[in-house]
Design a protein around this ligand. Structure first.
Ligand SMILES: NC(=O)CC(=O)C(=O)O
Length: 298
């Protein structure tokens, strides 16, 4: 398994266009039902021609702290990891790349919010542990840090459909991570996510478009469908955004699969027309402590 990329940019651009599927799954309390549903949605998406299939954050269990330890899987014990095994099997049988949303991962005493990426041969090619845990107070309160340990590594992976950066939900709010992926040659960042009703309406689309337009790349998000009876109400609206910040495809909050086209030549075009990389003034806005300099100018 590699979580860093090594293919050259010219290899990557041999894959000019392909279809991506965003499976906005309706998540139930029954893990086996969730696994069967996810398998069916992946197979259907593959039949519709998708080469890259993305699942949501926490697709095997309803998003709640009390559920995470119960639904967690230890990926080293394959017989006890039905969600992980299904993703591997279906990636291989359908010959597609799967960005497997996220599920709770057990590793010794710790739990992580983890996204596994599978290649077309069913092998695990990357594993991203959510770096920025979602702790929020206000109208909606949630404290992921009660359950999870934060990951400490960015994840960029070379796949049959190009070089992809991976983030999970709240990771989307941190522009530095997306900038790092762009700098390392990603033209697409996939963020399985589960924004809630309060943050979703205002911010979900805004932050995706911001990450895309700042870095002139594609951003794909995939959310679970909304369950009005759940304790954490999910915004939904899985979306694909293009390198000009344009919304290419999006959904409402019900269960659905979005199929849309990614054309990497659009990244090149945007970067040629508006060469932000060259225009950057890194000499001016480096992250150093300039308090003394500012004080002496006053
Ligand atoms: N699951 C999350 O990280 C949720 C989140 O970021 C939100 O705004 O809601």
């Amino acid at each position: 398994m590699a979580s860093s990329a090594s293919a050259s940019k010219s290899d990557q651009h041999q894959i000019a266009k392909f279809k991506i599927a965003l499976c906005q799954i309706s998540v139930s309390l029954d893990k086996n039902t969730n696994i069967d549903r996810a398998r069916k949605m992946i197979k259907d998406a593959a039949k519709m021609g998708a080469k890259l299939i993305v699942l949501p954050e926490m697709w095997n269990c309803p998003y709640a702290n009390e559920n995470f330890p119960i639904y967690a899987e230890d990926f080293d014990i394959r017989e006890l990891s039905p969600s992980f095994m299904m993703l591997s099997d279906v990636a291989r049988s359908e010959g597609v790349t799967v960005v497997g949303g996220s599920i709770p991962e057990r590793c010794g005493e710790r739990l992580y919010n983890t996204c596994c990426v599978f290649g077309t041969d069913g092998n695990l090619i990357a594993k991203h542990r959510k770096i920025h845990l979602f702790d929020l107070t206000g109208d909606v309160c949630f404290k992921e840090s009660e359950s999870f340990t934060a990951g400490n590594r960015p994840t960029i992976v070379d796949t049959d459909v190009g070089r992809i950066g991976i983030g999970i939900c709240h990771d989307l709010r941190f522009p530095e991570l997306a900038m790092l992926y762009r700098e390392r040659g990603a033209d697409l960042i996939c963020y399985p996510g589960a924004f809630n009703m309060s943050t979703g309406k205002l911010l979900w689309e805004l932050v995706q478009r911001a990450r895309a337009v700042d870095n002139q790349l594609f951003v794909a998000t995939c959310s679970p469908a909304r369950d009005s009876s759940g304790s954490y109400m999910i915004w939904g609206h899985s979306t694909l955004v293009g390198p000009f910040g344009e919304v290419i495809a999006t959904s409402e909050h019900q269960e659905t699969t979005i199929i849309a086209e990614i054309d990497y030549s659009m990244c090149q075009l945007r970067r040629e027309n508006l060469p932000l990389e060259k225009q950057k003034r890194g000499d001016i806005y480096q992250f150093v402590d300039c308090t003394n300099e500012l004080n002496s100018q006053q």
